[in-house]
Each structure stands twice: as structure tokens, then as C-alpha cells.
Design a protein around this ligand. Structure first.
Ligand SMILES: NC(=O)c1ccc[n+]([C@@H]2O[C@H](COP(=O)([O-])OP(=O)(O)OC[C@H]3O[C@@H](n4cnc5c(N)ncnc54)[C@H](OP(=O)(O)O)[C@@H]3O)[C@@H](O)[C@H]2O)c1
Length: 292
């Protein structure tokens, strides 16, 4: 199958390319806004270019892993957030409709407000708290308005080999500080981009469509995630739980985050028989084998 990936140099995009292309033998066309030869540079905000590129590449499947993902940056750069995360998706959907390519798009738990108290299902009502969440929700709306047939995947707390992720941040800070303070009142499922990419590959091969939540099994707070990272890497730095209000007061993380935005994976398991590994197992594997 010929599969075009946008944002292919990003954290998820690079694992998608590796797993779908190298491991499975599909023909992958990698595109990104920077870091690739000129002829594979594709800015998803440029409507005409997106249309021409997709028409020329003739993919059967397109995976949109591109986006403006700096959650705090989005609060300041509102126009950029909506242009990449909403208008960019509209451009991708229109181009795929015209070229009869099947579009797979990535969205986030940040479209929810995190006040439900139990894991979110695919048809729960969104209510984003941040600009990032609002821009991603607008992208979802465009996708669903333009296309009858698509795959919309919501995920959360991603980490992977390529990119700035929470695990690397904690390990770097542990080298330079005597104490780490991490929030203990936001919960989610840390998800390895390798596991997510394998699930997406499986969904493509099953010709699945609709909305799916794809995250690791189980959930934790950021504090518990940090605790496990330090424990598994044998690091003894002092770790103190704090709450989100304390974090904001100290100037960290200006964008509001949902407190409990755990995503239910019931539908993925029931409809497609796909279950990702427990977050602790994948973390172990990442720390042992996958770090660059
Ligand atoms: N990371 C998470 O925890 C998380 C959670 C839920 C959902 N998601 C979603 O998953 C997808 C992939 O996330 P990620 O963590 O892999 O993000 P990432 O590492 O930031 O990768 C995104 C890629 O898109 C590129 N990009 C930015 N603007 C673009 C544009 N206008 N046109 C084309 N490419 C553009 C980026 O290039 P530059 O780096 O040069 O800007 C980067 O290579 C995103 O849709 C994100 O919203 C991520």
C-alpha cells in the first residue's frame, strides 16, 4: 500500500514511518515542513500545495501526524495553533476527498475538560480548556464535516525515540537538580509512539474507520509516571508531589490541562481486538532498548 505521512520527522511520524515502512514493507512517502529534501517538504497550512502534492503522490492512505504540538506555546500563538491544527486538517481532508485517499488523523485527550471522573469514550462531549485543545477540536470538526469515511485517532501523553518527551525531561533534570517537583493531580496514560504506530498499522490493514481512542493500558499521574521513570533507571533524586495550582504559581505550564482525561480503549478492544501493553511495561522497554 502507498501511504503518505505528514509530520514524518516528528515524534510519532518518525515511528510511524519506521514501523509502517521498514517493518511492514508498505511504500511510505514521508513529508514534513522541515528536515527533508525540498521535494518532500509539505506545509499542511498551504491549501494549494497540499492539494497538488497529494494528487501527485497518489497515496491510498494519508496519515496526518503534523501539527503544532507545543501546548503552552499555543496559548500565545493562537493563529499558528488554528492554522496548523484546524485549517491544516481542513486542507488535508479536502485534498484527500479530491484524490480519493483515506485520511487518518491524530487528535488528543485535550479536547475534553477532564471533569467526567471516568475514562472518556469516543462519543463523549468535548469541552477543551486550552487553545491547543480548541484548535485540535476544530480540526476534528472539519475532518468530520468534509469526509464521510476517515479514521480519527485520539491519544495522549506520547513519548518516543525522537522528540522532547517527559521521560527525557525527568532524566535530564534528575542529573542537574537535587529535588524534582511534579504534579500529582493530572492523570493520563503514558503511551509509547512505537505501540501507537503498531496499532495504527493494524487498523490500516483491517480497513478500520471512525473514531478510536488508542493509549496504553492503565493510567497514572505525572508524579507516578516520574516516580516509575526514576525507579526503573535507578535514580535516587528526591521527588515531591505538587498540585497544578502550585505549578502555575511558579510560572510553569500556562495552558490549563484537564485533570482526568484518561481515554477509554473499550471500543478498540471490542471492535478490533487491539490492546496496547501496560504503560509500565512499555516504559521499561523504552528505557532498556529504545533510547538513542
Ligand atoms: N505528543 C503528545 O503527547 C500527543 C498527544 C495527543 C495527540 N498528539 C497528536 O499527535 C500528532 C503527532 O504529535 P507528535 O508528538 O509526534 O508531535 P511533534 O513531534 O511535534 O511532530 C509534529 C510534526 O509536525 C510538523 N509540523 C508542524 N507544523 C506543520 C505544518 N504546518 N505542516 C507540516 N508539518 C508541520 C513538525 O515540524 P516542526 O517540529 O519543524 O515544527 C513536526 O515534525 C499531533 O497531531 C498531536 O496533536 C500528540
Amino acid at each position: 500500500m502507498r501511504i503518505l505521512i505528514t509530520g514524518a520527522r516528528g515524534m510519532l511520524g518518525s515511528d510511524l514511518s519506521r514501523i509502517i515502512g521498514d517493518e511492514e514493507g508498505h511504500q511510505v512517502v514521508e513529508t514534513d515542513v522541515t528536515g527533508l529534501p525540498e521535494s518532500f517538504r509539505l506545509d499542511i497550512t498551504q491549501e494549494g500545495k497540499v492539494k497538488d502534492f497529494i494528487a501527485g503522490a497518489e497515496p491510498e492512505v494519508v496519515i496526518n501526524a503534523a501539527g503544532y504540538t507545543d501546548v503552552d506555546g499555543c496559548e500565545k500563538n493562537i493563529e499558528l495553533a488554528f492554522s496548523a491544527n484546524a485549517e491544516g486538517v481542513k486542507n488535508m481532508a479536502l485534498a484527500c476527498q479530491r484524490s480519493q485517499a483515506f485520511l487518518i488523523h491524530l487528535s488528543t485527550d485535550y479536547i475534553f475538560d477532564g471533569n467526567k471522573g471516568t475514562p472518556y469514550c469516543e462519543d463523549d462531549s468535548p469541552n477543551p480548556l486550552s487553545i491547543y485543545g480548541r484548535s485540535k477540536l476544530q480540526g476534528e470538526i472539519y475532518l468530520r464535516q468534509i469526509l464521510d469515511h476517515y479514521l480519527l485517532i485520539r491519544t495522549q501523553w506520547l513519548y518516543g525515540k525522537k522528540g522532547k518527551n517527559f521521560i527525557e525531561t525527568i532524566l535530564n533534570l534528575a542529573r542537574s537538580r537535587e529535588e524534582l517537583r511534579v504534579v500529582d493531580d493530572q492523570w493520563g496514560s503514558p503511551t509509547f509512539t512505537r505501540d501507537l504506530s503498531r496499532a495504527i498499522k493494524e487498523l490500516i490493514e483491517k480497513s478500520a474507520s471512525g473514531i478510536y481512542h488508542i493509549v496504553s493500558e492503565g493510567y497514572c499521574s505525572w508524579f507516578e509516571f516520574a516516580q516509575k521513570i526514576l525507579e526503573l533507571s535507578g535514580n535516587k533524586v528526591a521527588l515531591t508531589p505538587i498540585n497544578s495550582t502550585e505549578l502555575s504559581a511558579s510560572g510553569g505550564c500556562p495552558a490549563p490541562r484537564p485533570p482526568f482525561s484518561v481515554l477509554s480503549t473499550e471500543k478498540l478492544r471490542k471492535d478490533e481486538g487491539i490492546v496496547l501493553p501496560a504503560w509500565q511495561d512499555s516504559l521499561k522497554e523504552y528505557l532498556l532498548n529504545e533510547r538513542q
